[in-house]
Design a binder for this molecule. Sequence first.
Ligand SMILES: [Zn+2]
Length: 106
Amino acid sequence: MSRSRKPDFHECRGAYRHAWFDHDGSGFGRPEFGVAFHVQCFRCGTVRRDVVSSVDGRLLSRRYYYPEGYAWAEDERPTAAQLRLQALKTQKRNLKETKNMPRIER
Ligand SMILES: [Zn+2]
């Protein structure tokens, strides 16, 4: 994770989804069939492992490895609307943190 603050799972669970970058797959081993392709989220650390057919590129399996604390307890799962409201709050905070980034004007 590249940010100094604690991971905010709301961003990844809600409107933004995960922010993937390349992961070398170390520690995951080789698949029985096909070729493994790994990516990791820079915000929360989740790793997604795809196993792809090297013959035709078909996705043979996809699995996510979540960090501790990511999974919802059954009784705390929010609605999609609640996640969007949380995303609005998060964006407001993030925009303060990134106010010196170059802006694209339209
Ligand atoms: Zn994430």
